[in-house]
Design a protein around this ligand. Structure first.
Ligand SMILES: C[S@@+](CC[C@H](N)C(=O)[O-])C[C@H]1O[C@@H](n2cnc3c(N)ncnc32)[C@H](O)[C@@H]1O
Length: 229
């Protein structure tokens, strides 16, 4: 396992030894607007008890909660065994029935055409470069069924972790922020337009957006897309 993958672990995330002290996390508001409402996206999915949804980097299971509430079939992948165990304990604590296994952006460990929805929320940039981004997009496309929806989110240029990153070359950014990811190279999309362009190489309909929140101490900036296979 690379150092970058191994950095995702109980210690770096500060998970308490006594898991009952762990407080559940909440779903992405951006995902709720994009996928659960017809006000924002042109192509929001239908979510029923037949829907098969895969969350890549499921971590605290927070983004699967609204799917579970609607009876959907929930699947998660995590980058290593420690992270799988965190996700499984989070699922158990919230009574979410889910298939959670080891998998990564470029190797999801599921058959072709297995899902109606694939979530990649702040996960795709753990690739190393543009080739990695393309390979991840191809893998997301492979596991989606016909007409399946991909929801992808990554950090934009104003995001506090990316803000002072060193731009090493196309889609290569070295993190300088004071964080456990300091020194790692992330494959961020250059901008919203490039996110759309790379997705359009594989997906038949692609819609992109951007959300910037300005706060007193730090800003967040998310580039996102809903793409249809
Ligand atoms: C910033 S967290 C996001 C967690 C969750 N998706 C969310 O939005 O709350 C990044 C997640 O990506 C996972 N991860 C790291 N490298 C990965 C890779 N190469 N492929 C897939 N997942 C990865 C981490 O274990 C972690 O769960």
């Amino acid at each position: 396992m690379s150092d970058k993958s191994a950095a995702w672990n109980t210690k770096n995330l500060g998970i308490p030894d006594e898991f009952s002290k762990f407080v559940r996390h909440h779903p992405s508001e951006l995902m709720l607007r994009s996928l659960f409402s017809s006000t924002y996206s042109t192509n929001p999915p239908k979510i029923t008890s037949d829907t098969r949804v895969l969350d890549i980097g499921a971590m605290y299971m927070n983004n699967l909660v609204p799917f579970h509430d609607r009876g959907a079939r929930c699947f998660g992948v995590e980058i290593n065994e420690d992270m799988v165990s965190i996700a499984r304990r989070c699922a158990e604590q919230q009574s979410i029935a889910a298939d959670i296994r080891v998998g990564s952006n470029r190797s999801l460990g599921h058959e072709n055409d297995s899902f109606d929805i694939v979530l990649s929320i702040n996960v795709v940039h753990y690739e190393n470069d543009q080739a990695g981004l393309r390979a991840a997009i191809e893998e997301y496309h492979r596991v989606l069924d016909k007409d399946g929806r991909l929801f992808v989110v990554s950090a934009g240029s104003e995001h506090y972790i990316r803000l002072n990153a060193k731009h090493l070359g196309p889609n290569r950014f070295e993190i300088t922020a004071d964080d456990f990811r300091r020194g790692q190279v992330m494959a961020y999309f250059e901008d919203e337009a490039q996110l759309g362009e790379l997705l359009s190489e594989k997906f038949r309909l692609v819609e992109t957006g951007r959300v910037i929140e300005k706060h007193a101490r730090a800003n967040v900036d998310f580039l996102y897309a809903v793409a249809v296979k």
